[in-house]
Design a protein around this ligand. Structure first.
Ligand code: ADP
Length: 624
């Protein structure tokens, strides 16, 4: 627990050892005088651990038993200025806090806190239903959740009717759903049984969500993925249960928008089963967020949702081409989805090209792209400009925008204090300490060896780095735990192996640089979010990263330059980009500030790109 005290006038300065550093006796006097007239947060007297002696300088009080390390004197100046500029209610965090700062209570997020509410409306309105395994923030694991929520909200803003259909995962926190009501009780087929199922409707971030809750064990557990049920079978059930719900309620949207392999069987079920029942109007769009997850499935498993699995075991349908001639051959739900959807989209133009040039699904994509009325397009993901807005973000200790980013310094300082990182104070030039963040799923795709190397390199360069990530693989988890044990005791690196939406917002706001060294990256949101929060991206040139980040030193179009880009997958390539970023931060602070302002103004919002989805939906819709 921390407490605020007013420093008594009896404070005096003890003899100050002469060592290198920029703090002089007179500057301490200045700081001392300043902090003297303000409340200053120090540790509880019974908890002196918090005041780690950082640089062997102390202010001693004659009258009370408190000492303040000099490293906090810069902090005092910042806190002084935060008091003056309206952040006076800020409770500075500490690593010893009983409740970590990212788990504090936060105000409710206002979905309308954004200019998009004034956006233009479309005239020809559609009804779109998303069938998805993820939705931010209630059931988010990675970018899929963000994309569904962001795109849905952008379409609603333009006047369209949008519903999201989501499994009612047991781990969803119901207090985040508004107006939750049971709307239908019905039965949906699975493996010879009709499973009693509830459909609820609720509102999440201003979006109507239909939650599908089967009475069996599917979707039970403490996380979105990795429950103790067969995931593939659960999503086969869910795909059919979405259509069954539309069938029993007579719901006929213009577009059913499916995502990833999890809902890849829905187009098969729609065209080969529900079209023969009463669903006639909807047309199907599939978005592929990551081609590597292809939904491997046996014929028997596919049959469990009521289709005849053997019918799909052909090259032109759903057989996984790599398994042809093997016993048994396997199916791919993603491939089936590609073949049976009216249009297929992937999440950036560069990833579109990459997927047509390599990978075993390339021939399927090409074949279906060339069929009449079939499309395969690359539409760049956006970010939700209300959910990711540093000027209104409820998780940030101080708000800021491109015109006034003093709040960003407060966020950096807040995170540094909360995580026990060294405080920067009033350093300049080569003493400036850039904070690099990397918020990511810790999987091979994300360039694990480069993330590990970056930790060493940033440490070597005298910077600070925070990795926030979760590793689904035990071996990777252990590797990063070892790194955490090695580094987390120091004052420069923090490796936090967990998922926290709240902390991710604070880290983007605190960061000077956001690192995305992916081996491949269909689109990538971290670099876009980072930019909006004033963190300059350092990225590998691949997929959507190549479409959104343009090198400051190398590019042929300086007006686009907004980050540091490298191409190789080796440590030297990463060093080349990171070192340039550090030099720029330290040696060219004015240019850095200009770039920071520029990247914050880049419009990567859904308001910019949702129109491409609407145009696509319109080309497919059947007027009824
Ligand atoms: P992917 O979809 O491959 O995971 P993206 O960059 O498209 O990668 O999106 C990742 C999203 O998930 C971003 O919003 C990022 O901030 C978030 N994220 C990833 N890991 C974590 C984590 N450990 N805690 C909080 N947010 C995370």
């Amino acid at each position: 627990m921390t407490l605020g005290i007013c420093l008594p006038s009896s404070f005096s300065i003890s003899p100050i050892p002469k060592t290198k550093g920029s703090i002089t006796s007179s500057s301490i006097h200045r700081c001392f005088c300043r902090i003297n007239s303000y409340d200053f947060v120090v540790v509880n007297k019974t908890n002196k651990k918090k005041l780690k002696p950082c640089k062997n300088y102390f202010l001693y009080s004659n009258s009370c038993d408190v000492k303040i390390p000099a490293a906090q004197i810069g902090a005092a100046e910042l806190e002084d200025s935060t008091t003056k500029s309206g952040f006076k209610n800020l409770v500075w965090p500490s690593p010893d806090d009983e409740i970590p700062f990212w788990r504090r209570e936060f105000p409710t997020w206002d979905v309308n806190s954004d200019d998009s509410v004034n956006a233009e409306k479309d005239s020809d309105l559609l009804h779109i239903v998303h069938a998805t395994a993820e939705m931010a923030p209630i059931a988010k694991v990675g970018g899929l959740g963000d994309v569904v929520t962001g795109l849905a909200r952008a379409c609603i803003t333009r006047g369209h009717k949008v519903d999201v259909m989501l499994p009612f995962y047991e781990c969803i926190q119901r207090q985040h759903i508004n107006n939750l009501v049971l709307i239908s009780t019905y039965a949906s087929y699975f493996n010879g049984d009709w499973i009693p199922t509830n459909a609820y409707r609720g509102e999440v971030s201003g979006i109507s969500v239909i939650f599908i809750e089967p009475s069996n064990h599917f979707f039970k557990g403490q996380s979105v993925y990795g429950g103790s049920y067969n995931e593939l079978e659960a999503y086969l059930f869910f795909s059919r249960a979405c259509l069954e719900w539309m069938q029993v309620t007579g719901t006929q949207p213009d577009i059913i928008h499916v995502h990833e392999w999890q809902t890849g069987a829905l187009p098969l079920l729609y065209w080969d089963m529900y079209q023969d029942l009463s669903l006639k109007k909807p047309r199907i769009v599939l978005t592929i967020h990551n081609m590597e997850h292809y939904g491997e499935c046996s014929q028997e498993q596919l049959s469990k949702c009521g289709l005849d699995g053997s019918v799909y075991a052909t090259e032109d349908k759903a057989v996984d081409d790599r398994t042809i001639g093997h016993n048994p051959e396997r199916l791919s739900l993603l491939k089936g989805g590609i073949v049976y959807s009216n249009a297929v989209v992937t999440v950036s133009p560069t990833y579109l090209k990459e997927t047509l040039c390599s990978g075993w699904l390339a021939s399927t994509l090409l074949r279906n792209r060339d069929k009449q009325n079939r499309r395969y397009s690359g539409i760049l993901n956006g970010i939700d400009s209300a959910m990711w807005n540093p000027a209104t973000d409820v998780f940030l200790p101080a708000k800021f925008d491109a015109e006034n980013f003093q709040g960003k310094n407060v966020c950096k300082h807040f995170v540094q204090r909360g995580l026990g990182l060294a405080l920067e104070g009033t350093s300049s030039g080569s003493d400036r300490v850039p904070l690099v963040v990397c918020v990511t799923r810790l999987v091979a795709q994300k360039g694990l060896h480069l993330i590990t190397h970056a930790i060493h390199r940033v440490d070597e360069l005298g910077g600070q780095m925070v990795v926030l990530g979760r590793a689904p693989d035990g071996r990777v988890q252990r590797e990063f735990e070892n790194l955490a044990n090695l580094y987390n005791q120091g004052s420069g690196i923090r490796i936090l192996l967990m998922y926290s939406e709240e902390l991710s917002h604070m880290l983007y706001a605190a960061a000077d640089m956001v690192l995305v060294p992916s081996m491949y990256e269909p689109c990538g949101l971290a670099q876009m979010i980072g930019m909006r929060y004033g963190a300059i991206p350092v990225v590998r040139k691949t997929g959507g990263l190549a479409d959104t980040v343009f090198d400051i030193d190398q590019g042929s179009q300086p007006e686009l330059a907004n980050g540091f880009v490298f191409e190789g997958i080796d440590q030297g390539s990463l060093n080349w980009a990171l070192d340039r970023a550090f030099s720029s931060y330290r040696e060219k602070p004015n240019e850095w500030a200009t770039t920071l302002q520029k990247v914050m103004k880049v419009d990567n919002s859904w308001n910019k790109t949702a129109g491409q989805y609407i145009d696509l939906y319109n080309t497919l819709r059947v007027k009824w």
